[in-house]
Design a protein around this ligand. Structure first.
Ligand SMILES: Nc1ncnc2c1ncn2[C@@H]1O[C@H](COP(=O)(O)OP(=O)(O)OP(=O)(O)O)[C@@H](O)[C@H]1O
Ligand SMILES: [Mg+2]
Length: 169
């Protein structure tokens, strides 16, 4: 489904991960999140954290919280010159303003709207039983769609009804 070569290193500020832009067979764009590691052999903990992100995103998506469509976990190649593949969490690429930009004074005309829409989504997530952590920057505002997407659930907690999701706390 997803081509395994990397087009672009999306951001350099990711503190816990590297984010890659991937193109699928039908030209659709995905984002691959690879957790930073000190060696080539990613630990079970890394995989578990990606699984947590996928399962939380899937549950949120299915319950109509605005999050980038979760695709799954897949091994991706991060360079055509480097033979080793890394586990990545894949989601649909969203073209939008990263909330981080507001902190450096960019796109401030959208700040109020973007924050308002993000807060609506956070409320929906809380109603499902999520305790969002560190959410201030983990959102994207799409100008065309006029809505805010939440992402980065690796540190979130879940106290809702789904027993399977609670195991990721
Ligand atoms: N589906 C997506 N579409 C577009 N951009 C995305 C998507 N997912 C992540 N990004 C971009 O990648 C950045 C880092 O993603 P994420 O927060 O999941 O990783 P992180 O390692 O936790 O980064 P940080 O520690 O900076 O929060 C985001 O700020 C966003 O700009
Ligand atoms: Mg983040």
């Amino acid at each position: 489904m997803v081509n395994t070569f990397t087009l672009k290193h999306l951001n350099d500020r990711g503190t816990t991960s590297d984010i890659y832009l991937l193109r699928g067979n039908g030209n659709e764009e995905y984002v691959g999140k690879v957790l930073k590691t000190n060696n080539f052999f990613q630990s079970d903990l890394t995989l578990r954290s990606l699984e947590k992100e996928f399962e939380f995103a899937k549950d949120l998506f299915e319950n109509n919280v605005v999050v980038p469509m979760p695709v799954g976990i897949s091994k991706i190649s991060i360079s055509k010159f480097f033979p080793f593949k890394f586990n990545a969490y894949l989601s649909k690429y969203i073209s939008g303003i990263d909330f981080w930009d507001f902190y450096s004074g960019k796109h401030l005309e959208f700040f109020e709207r973007a924050s308002y829409f993000a807060s609506l989504e956070l409320e929906k997530a809380k109603e499902l039983g999520y305790v969002p952590v560190d959410y201030v920057l983990n959102a994207l505002y799409s100008i065309e769609e006029d809505k805010s997407y939440l992402f980065d659930f690796a540190d979130w907690k879940y106290f809702g009804k789904n027993e399977k999701l609670k195991k990721f706390n």
